[in-house]
Design a protein around this ligand. Structure first.
Ligand SMILES: O=C(O)[C@H]1O[C@H](OP(=O)(O)OP(=O)(O)OC[C@H]2O[C@@H](n3ccc(=O)[nH]c3=O)[C@H](O)[C@@H]2O)[C@H](O)[C@@H](O)[C@@H]1O
Length: 374
């Protein structure tokens, strides 16, 4: 165990709440959110690739608050500088704008390798780049982990199961992916990234962890993310049509980002080295989910049907027995509670954008940069 019990306790604290309190406190005790003082032998140097993105920046908040030294590497394709702006200049924090497809030389103890667009319209916008990000990016990070003897965690995905033939999905299932479809750049990229992780483990002894992340939502999602949670909330908040792709009978299981962050940290610091599903088994049809969001937002939107997207998985739900038994983790935030927080976040984003956000549609597209909110 790299982390002592005191640090494990700190993981359980709600970092987002601490940050919210810090932001609203007129007499802020300091320029930065409070961080724990760790003795040097417990303070780790941690690299988070994709650390300015949605999941990455939430993870960075937790690691910083725990008292570690954190370096973010992000090319800001889907990540946003504003997600980590509150740490800029902090002595424990480093920010590198750079791309994982280029090697980087750093001295670190742990690597959380999250960098990659994860929303279907964004990863399909430039599929060749998505493949390079997963393949060359993961190779570069594994090379770094090998050189400096760091432990490395890969953010893999439920998408490696493709359109699954077994339900719920267990880690021992090998998946059902269309190798030549529009999603393959991401799915196959992540599958080969997993292969590289275990090749480096077997051949040269790199200490690896693999998280298979299921659908996740929460504050810091990009307003033009294009995934279902952000689209439905943004549409509902503006009384615009809520766009259901296909007949809405397809299912997804949604976890709140705080739960995921706890799972990533538990996985990284535990002893279990095989892939672990991290998700909330609470499963919804997309049609039901649209109605639930409309109700929570108290919206006058219409729910409309658009054509289904190619190769859209029909159902998805994690079996989290491995996470429960091997790393002692399970989600704690009910979906509805997480949605309420996410709706509040998107209300603020809408204000910043001047009252209108056009959510990303089903086609491959680039995230819309808005200079004032970067
Ligand atoms: O959110 C995630 O964490 C996952 O998102 C995507 O996978 P997907 O499940 O297809 O995510 P969404 O784009 O949010 O789609 C979920 C379902 O909602 C539907 N959808 C999406 C957006 C929309 O406006 N309307 C709509 O009906 C999609 O067709 C799909 O059936 C990524 O490919 C995964 O890597 C990632 O882990």
């Amino acid at each position: 165990q790299l982390l002592g019990p005191s640090v494990q306790d700190a993981v359980k604290e709600s970092v987002q709440e601490q940050l919210a309190l810090w932001r609203t406190d007129e007499n802020k005790p300091g320029r930065y959110p409070p961080v724990k003082r760790l003795p040097p032998n417990e303070r780790l140097r941690i690299l988070v690739t994709g650390g300015a993105g949605f999941v990455g920046s939430n993870l960075v908040d937790r690691l910083m608050t725990m008292g570690h030294e954190v370096t973010v590497l992000d090319n800001l394709f889907t990540g946003r500088k504003k997600n980590v702006a509150h740490w800029l200049g902090h002595p424990n924090f480093n920010f590198v704008i750079g791309d994982v497809v280029h090697p980087i030389m750093l001295e670190v103890d742990q690597i959380y390798h999250l960098a990659c667009p994860a929303s279907p319209p964004h990863y399909q916008y430039n599929p060749i780049k998505t493949i390079k990000t997963s393949v060359e990016g993961t190779l570069n990070m594994l090379g770094l982990a090998k050189r400096v003897n760091a432990r490395m965690l890969l953010a893999s995905t439920s998408e490696i199961y493709g359109d699954p033939e077994i339900h719920p999905q267990v880690e021992s299932y090998w998946g059902n992916v269309n190798t030549i479809g529009p999603r393959a750049c991401y799915d196959e990229g992540k599958r080969v990234a997993e292969t590289m992780m275990y090749s480096y483990q077997r051949q040269v002894g790199v200490d690896v962890r693999v998280a298979r992340i299921f659908n996740t939502f929460g504050p810091r999602m990009h307003p033009n993310d294009g995934r279902v949670v952000s689209n439905f909330i943004i549409q509902a908040l503006q009384d615009k049509d809520i766009t259901v792709y296909g007949d809405g009978s397809q299912t997804r299981s949604f976890q709140f980002v705080d739960d995921l962050v706890g799972g990533l940290i538990s996985l990284m610091n535990g002893n279990y080295t095989l892939p672990v599903n991290l998700g909330n088994p609470d499963e919804y049809t997309i049609a039901h989910f649209a109605t639930a969001i409309k109700r929570l937002v108290n919206s006058n939107s219409n729910i409309v049907a658009l054509p289904a997207t190619t190769d859209d998985p029909h159902k998805r739900k994690p079996d989290i027995t491995v996470a429960r038994t091997k790393i002692g983790w399970e989600p704690a935030v009910p979906v509805e509670q997480g949605l309420v927080k996410t709706i509040e976040y998107f209300k603020k984003e809408l204000d910043e954008y001047g009252g209108e956000i056009v959510p990303t549609g089903p086609q491959a597209s680039k995230p819309i940069p808005v200079a004032s909110t970067q």
